[in-house]
Write a new protein. Structure first.
Lengths: 182, 572
């Protein structure tokens, strides 16, 4: 496609109307800012930006309404993580019955927030809806070790997820409801 | 006449197997009429699944296993088939072009248990077959818990694979699933999850027919059909972990591997078991320099598809705290850490200071064949007495051998010991030290204090060089300690009790400063004799094969993955 260039009028060729328009806009901004009609600077960090819905911040782990750790240590997020920020220590063969029907949950779950690129692959791949990218975007620490978040910290930061399925609870109650047969 | 002649043929030459022409989908193929039975070896009619397998046509299956008797209970291998049509006089009906007319059978058959017959047509990808597979899978998944995120089998699960390839994406089952027992403690090494079991009975058949310990069976009926050990019996024979390999789903799990690592992270390395002389072929599963499991690798000349639990779980010593990780020398009462070049610079002149006969060399059946070759060459150069000891335990009727060293025959092919014997202990070295005739000892991979040479005798030596992988009483008093590498940490060969030379590959790095023995032996030999000729294990093996009569004509490459049978001289 060929775009035809419009021939400029004589007035336009002098650039004077353009300069005048520019000066008008600049003057308007200047007056608005000086009189306080418009604010352009946010007083960060005292003032924080409100992140929009669907924002992808730092990934944290969640618990269900009754406090069960949702993560089952399947290690798919560890597998998919592009910067290799996640490291999971699986629990091994010992059975911990204190977990309310939970068969498996990680011994430790580390996310290196210095490596994490907030891409959201972990959330997408998680079969248990146990990890979510939340609204935190500014993480700070005084050492590298501090920036590797472990399981307890991730669960505290992640909080509770209103889980519609509650699979461990469902399994346990279904098994209890059925007639014993063995 | 021909029939009579074939009957009179001697029994040790099997008669030529008659071939049968069948058609698999659109492919005309010739298949032997019989196959040897997996247990008895007697010829039994070839089944459809064997014919398909021979020509690379996949028939999905769960209960069928080529090494086990046929059960035919999973129904996954259902296929449609056709047979030549016969008229009322039992004569074949011909098409217009003269070919026999094939009539599709009204009902399908299980490919694992239906023998082939001449002119049969097998349809593995007809619409009916595909629909049947889908339906069988739907039934199998009715009570399956879909535990994949926590199941150890995920990633190598036949139920996952076939659901993906042949199943449906959604479940139509709206009723409640039957919940069967979970975390059932079957035995010391096996944990059972009955919900995941698809009742294929492979484990039952293996335990009964191969392991000879009929410990498992099904109880209850219908949806409540459950795998269980007989009441009051523990499933604890020495082959239980093979049922974990056989289990097509994640029902039988190894307590040793359970919830330790996901299968897709494991790097699998072809290796050998070093726990006895049988030399079972293995796959070592590792991730980030940690060994997570050993599994048998099929080799029909050695271990079929199995290995014993004792050998399979005998890998933890590789990562023990007791490993030697530094090169050390005794300076007075203080043990000083050296590097390899310092150490080699010191010990070679010290070894050369002794007269022939004043120095003795003690090797071990844990050394690889190449290391034995180098050590023997060094001993011949220095003119010393050479000794190695045997180690034995109880054998069983299947795989575990009484000889608990992986490479006793590797010592034999090099005529390693001066006496020609390999016995649990001997006195001529301890006598020699007592008399003062032997003043120096070079020991590799052997705790000599367990074989009749006491600590006092070792302390009286002028020079004691010990290479081992673990700390032993002998390494505590040695003048020089050379940390060696486990067979997981290097490449090499072992010769098993039946005289099969087999390769093992490197799965993990040796810890700290530890090095493969063949590397430092090569350097010592090179510096002591000025002879060189190889810098890799391939070159070393090929050189050894030229010099050792039992290995003539072999090369590292010609060993392949499954090894080569050789003649063992003087196999007493």
């Amino acid at each position: 496609m060929i775009v035809e260039r419009k021939e400029l009028t004589l007035l336009e060729k002098t650039y004077l109307p353009g300069i005048a328009q520019g000066i008008r806009i600049t003057t308007k901004h200047f007056i608005d800012t000086v009189t306080g009609r418009r604010k352009v600077t946010m007083q960060y960090p005292e003032e924080k930006w409100t992140v929009p819905d669907g924002y992808r911040g730092a990934p944290y782990l969640v618990k269900d309404q009754e406090g069960r750790t949702k993560c089952v240590s399947c290690q798919l997020c560890e597998f998919i993580c592009p910067p290799k920020a996640i490291k999971i220590t699986p629990p091994g063969p010992s059975v911990n019955s204190a977990l309310g029907g939970v068969e498996k949950c990680p011994e430790d779950f580390e996310i290196n927030m210095l490596r994490c690129i907030f891409c959201g692959m972990c959330q997408e791949v998680c079969p248990e809806e146990a990890i979510f990218l939340m609204r935190d975007y500014s993480l700070t620490g005084e050492s590298r070790e501090e920036m590797i978040y472990h399981k307890d910290k991730l669960l505290t930061l992640g909080g509770t997820h209103q889980d519609a399925i509650q699979k461990w609870k469902k399994k346990e109650s279904e098994a209890q409801a059925q007639a014993p047969f063995h | 006449m021909a029939e009579i002649a074939s009957q009179k043929a001697p029994a040790d030459t099997p008669p030529p197997v008659e071939m049968v022409r069948v058609r698999i989908n659109d492919m005309d193929v010739d298949v032997p009429k019989t196959h040897p039975d997996p247990l008895t070896g007697k010829p039994v009619p070839t089944t459809m699944i064997q014919a398909c397998e021979q020509y690379g046509v996949e028939v999905p299956h769960y209960c069928y296993h080529p090494k086990l008797p046929v059960a035919g209970n999973c129904r996954m291998c259902l296929v449609e088939y056709g047979l030549p049509a016969l008229d009322r006089n039992r004569q074949p009906i011909l098409n217009d072009d003269g070919s026999p007319k094939v009539q599709k059978m009204p009902r399908p058959a299980i490919a694992c248990a239906t023998p082939i017959s001449p002119g049969m047509e097998i349809y593995t990808d007809s619409p009916g077959t595909i629909e049947m597979r889908q339906s069988v899978l739907e039934f199998l998944l009715i009570n399956h818990p879909l535990d994949c995120p926590i199941c150890d089998q995920a990633g190598e699960c036949k139920l996952q694979e076939y659901s993906y390839e042949h199943g449906q994406s959604e479940s139509r089952f709206v009723e409640k699933k039957v919940h069967k027992p979970k975390q059932v403690d079957l035995g010391p090494r096996i944990m059972l999850d009955d919900e995941r079991c698809i009742l294929c009975s492979r484990c039952i058949r293996f335990s009964r027919d191969i392991a000879g310990d009929d410990a498992l069976g099904f109880v209850n009926r219908g949806s409540y059909n459950t795998l269980a050990a007989y009441p009051g019996r523990s499933f604890d024979n020495n082959y239980t972990l093979n049922t974990v390999d056989l289990c097509p789903v994640g029902a039988l799990t190894s307590k040793d591997f359970r919830f330790k690592m996901r299968a897709w992270f494991l790097k699998e390395t072809k290796s050998l078991c070093n726990s006895c002389g049988t030399g079972c072929n293995t796959l070592v599963g590792t991730r980030e320099e940690v060994i997570y499991r050993q599994e048998p690798r099929e080799n029909n000349a050695v271990n079929s598809s199995w290995m014993c639990d004792y050998g399979r779980l005998n890998y933890k010593w590789q990562s023990s705290e007791n490993r030697l990780k530094t090169v050390t020398a005794m300076r007075g009462d203080i043990r000083e850490v050296l590097n390899w070049s310092q150490l080699l610079g010191e010990i070679i002149p010290r070894l050369q200071r002794f007269q022939p006969g004043q120095i003795a060399f003690i090797g071990s059946g844990q050394m690889s064949t190449e290391e034995v070759f180098l050590f023997k060459s060094l001993a011949e150069k220095m003119g010393g007495l050479v000794e190695a000891y045997s180690s034995s335990g109880e054998s069983d009727r299947l795989l575990l051998n009484a000889d608990r060293l992986p490479n006793t025959n590797g010592l034999r092919i090099h005529h390693f010991t001066t006496s020609g014997q390999i016995s649990p202990s001997s006195t001529h070295i301890s006598e020699g030290i007592k008399k003062g005739a032997i003043k120096a000892l070079f020991v590799i991979r052997e705790d000599v204090t367990a074989h009749g040479i006491s600590i006092d005798l070792l302390e009286s030596l002028e020079l004691l060089v010990v290479s081992d992988i673990h700390r032993t009483p002998a390494t505590d008093v040695a003048h020089y300690v050379l940390p060696g590498a486990a067979h997981f940490e290097k490449r090499g060969t072992f010769v098993n009790v039946k005289g099969r030379i087999q390769k093992f590959m490197k799965a993990v790095e040796a810890p700290g400063d530890a090095r493969p023995e063949w590397e430092f032996l090569h350097e010592i030999l090179h510096k002591a004799t000025g002879q060189n000729g190889f810098s890799t294990i391939e070159g070393l093996f090929n050189l050894m094969a030229q010099k050792v009569s039992a290995l003539h004509g072999l090369t590292w490459a010609s060993l392949g993955d499954l090894g080569v049978q050789i003649e063992i001289p003087d196999s007493r």
